[in-house]
Design a protein around this ligand. Structure first.
Ligand SMILES: C[S@@+](CC[C@H](N)C(=O)[O-])C[C@H]1O[C@@H](n2cnc3c(N)ncnc32)[C@H](O)[C@@H]1O
Ligand SMILES: Nc1c(NC[C@H](O)[C@H](O)[C@H](O)CO)[nH]c(=O)[nH]c1=O
Ligand SMILES: N[C@@H](Cc1ccc(O)cc1)C(=O)O
Ligand code: SF4
Length: 457
C-alpha cells in the first residue's frame, strides 16, 4: 500500500528565501511603500536569516500594521447582521483540509448508510432566511458542498441529463437522492427574501454551476445575479499557489480558475470578498505569493474586493491532521503576522477581517490592533469550523459586539455587506440590535431565552 504523504515528505519549489533584509522591508512598510513578495516574506518570517519568530521584530510589524489601519479606516470596528445558510454538505471534491463535507453517496435514496450531513430544499432555505430577516438580519451567506444533483438552472440540468457520461461531470439526477436541493438559481431566489443581501456562489461553486457546458463564468454569474445574487464569497482560494493546492485540494479548481471566476463575477457587476486559508502545509513564500495574486486581482477588478479574510486552518478533525500530513495549525505569532502583513501588503483593499470563529473572542479582539478593522458578522449558525473541531461557537449578538469592541476603546459600527451603509452604535443606548435591514427595528436578533433555552426538567 502506498504510504500517505507526511509533513517531512513535502518539498516545494517556493521557499522563504530572499535577497531582501527584514529592516528594509520594515522601513518600506512604515513609509507606506508598495511591498514586494520578498518584503512580505521578510515581514511574515520576521527575517529569513533567523530561525523562528523574533518577538521584538514581530511587535514592530504589528505596530506598523496597526498604524496603517488607523490611517486607512480609523477607529471604527465594523460587523454585519448576517446568517449563514449553507444548503448542503454533500461533496465529492475531497479537499484534505475540509471536514464540512460528507461523501455524496451517503445522501442517496438507496443506501443503508445514514448520512451525517444535511441538504435543504429551496423552500426550507427560504423559511430559514425569512425568519432571520424578520429578526433584523440583512445578509445571508451561503456556501455549500458540490452536490452532484446541483445544476445552475433548468437549462443546465437538461444539458447534464443529456450528457453521455454524467459521472465524468460529477452529475447525478435529483431522483437519486433523499432530498432534492433544486438548482442554484432556485436556491438563490428562494433566499432572496425582502431585499436581503445574498452572499453566495464561491468560485468553486461557480465551476460546478457550469460543468459539462461551454458557458463562461460571466454567463453563469449573470444568471445568478438575475436570480438575486449580490456578492461572491472569495473562499476556495485556500493558497493561490498550485504546488500547495496539489497537496491540500488536488480536486479543486486551480489558481488560474479561481482568478478567472472572480474576475468574471466582478465583470457582471457583483461585489467580491477574498480569503486565504493558511497554517497547514504552506510556507511564508506561498502566503506572500497569495497576497500578491489577490492585490493584482483587485487592480484588475477595479476595487470590487471589499474585504480580505485570513482563515486560520482549523486542524483537529481534518484528513490532513489525521493522516499526519500536518501536526497542527498556525501559531498565534503566525496568525498575528498574517493579519498584519495582509494590512500592509494589500494597500488596495480597505478592510481586513478578524474572524472570531477561527480566533475566538480574545484573540479576535487582539487582531483588531494588529491591522484588522472588521469583526465579521453575527452568523447565527456555523458548520465549517465546528465540524473541523473549532470551539468558538456560532453566534455573537449586537450586545456581545458592543461589549467586545468598547472593551478595547474602539467604536462599534454595524455595516452593510459592501460597507457602504454604516451605523455607529451608541454603547449607552441599549438594547442593541440591527437597524440597517429591511425589517430591522433595533431590537436584539435573539431573545435571551432563544439564545440559551431553559433546560427541560
Ligand atoms: C467548506 S467550503 C464551502 C464552499 C465550497 N465548497 C468551496 O470550497 O468554496 C468554504 C471554505 O471553508 C474553508 N475551510 C474549510 N475547512 C476549513 C478548515 N478546516 N479550517 C479553516 N477553513 C476551512 C476553506 O477556505 C473553504 O474554501
Ligand atoms: N470569517 C468568517 C466569515 N466571514 C464572512 C462574514 O461573516 C460576512 O459574510 C462577510 O464579511 C460579508 O459581509 N464567515 C464565517 O462563516 N466564518 C468565518 O470564519
Ligand atoms: N466559509 C468561510 C467563511 C467565509 C464566508 C464568506 C466570506 O466572504 C469569507 C469567509 C469559513 O467559515 O471558513
Ligand atoms: S472545501 Fe468545499 S469543495 Fe472542498 S471538500 Fe469542502 S465543501 Fe467540498
Amino acid at each position: 500500500m502506498e504510504r500517505p504523504v507526511t509533513e517531512a515528505d513535502l518539498t516545494f519549489d517556493h521557499v522563504p528565501e530572499t535577497d531582501q533584509s527584514f529592516e528594509n522591508a520594515l522601513t518600506k512598510a512604515r513609509a507606506g511603500d508598495r511591498l514586494t513578495v520578498d518584503d512580505a516574506i521578510e515581514l511574515l518570517t520576521t527575517g529569513t536569516e533567523i530561525g523562528g519568530i523574533d518577538s521584538t521584530r514581530k511587535e514592530q510589524v504589528l505596530e506598523a500594521a496597526d498604524r496603517r489601519r488607523a490611517d486607512v479606516v480609523g477607529e471604527e470596528v465594523t460587523f454585519v447582521a448576517n446568517l449563514n445558510n449553507n444548503v448542503t454538505t454533500a461533496c465529492n471534491v475531497g479537499c484534505l483540509f475540509c471536514n464540512f463535507k460528507d461523501a455524496a453517496h451517503t445522501f442517496e435514496r438507496d443506501t443503508e448508510i445514514q448520512s451525517a450531513g444535511f441538504t435543504k430544499t429551496p423552500s426550507e432555505s427560504r423559511e430559514i432566511v425569512a425568519d432571520a430577516v424578520s429578526r433584523g438580519v440583512y445578509e445571508v451567506t451561503s456556501v455549500s458542498g458540490l452536490h452532484p444533483a446541483f445544476a445552475l438552472d433548468d437549462e443546465h440540468r437538461e444539458i447534464l441529463e443529456a450528457h453521455p457520461d454524467p459521472k465524468a461531470v460529477n452529475y447525478k439526477p435529483p431522483e437519486a437522492y433523499e432530498i432534492d436541493p433544486g438548482t442554484y438559481t432556485d436556491q438563490i431566489s428562494a433566499m432572496s427574501v425582502d431585499g436581503v443581501h445574498v452572499h453566495s456562489m464561491t468560485p468553486e461553486e461557480g465551476y460546478h454551476a457550469r460543468r459539462g457546458t461551454d458557458w463562461s463564468y460571466e454567463e453563469v454569474y449573470s444568471r445568478l445575479a438575475a436570480a438575486g445574487l449580490d456578492t461572491v464569497p472569495g473562499t476556495a482560494a485556500e493558497i493561490l499557489v498550485d504546488e500547495v493546492r496539489d497537496v491540500i485540494c488536488p480536486g479543486k479548481i486551480s489558481t488560474e480558475g479561481w482568478l478567472e471566476a472572480m474576475e468574471a463575477a466582478a465583470n457582471v457587476g457583483l461585489g467580491l470578498t477574498a480569503t486565504i486559508m493558511y497554517g497547514h502545509v504552506e510556507n511564508e513564500a506561498h502566503r506572500a505569493m497569495h497576497l500578491k495574486r489577490v492585490r493584482d486581482l483587485q487592480e484588475r477588478v477595479d476595487g470590487a474586493i471589499t474585504e480580505f479574510v485570513p482563515l486560520s486552518f482549523v486542524h483537529q478533525n481534518t484528513p490532513l491532521y489525521e493522516h499526519d500530513v500536518v501536526s497542527g495549525g498556525a501559531s498565534t505569532d503566525e496568525d498575528e503576522l498574517m493579519i498584519a502583513v495582509s494590512r500592509l501588503f494589500l494597500d488596495n483593499i480597505d478592510h481586513i477581517q478578524s474572524s472570531w470563529v477561527k480566533y475566538g473572542d480574545e484573540q479576535g479582539l487582539k487582531m483588531l490592533s494588529c491591522g484588522a478593522d472588521d469583526f465579521m458578522g453575527t452568523i447565527l449558525s456555523e458548520e465549517i469550523t465546528k465540524r473541523a473541531g473549532g470551539e468558538y461557537g456560532e453566534y455573537r449578538s449586537f450586545a456581545d459586539y458592543v461589549d467586545l469592541v468598547t472593551s478595547i476603546g474602539r467604536v462599534p459600527v454595524e455595516r452593510s455587506t459592501d460597507y457602504e451603509t454604516r451605523r455607529v452604535i451608541d454603547p449607552d443606548e441599549p438594547p442593541f440590535g440591527p437597524r440597517l435591514g429591511p425589517k430591522s427595528d433595533g431590537t436584539p436578533i435573539l431573545t435571551p431565552e432563544e439564545r440559551a433555552p431553559p433546560a427541560d426538567d
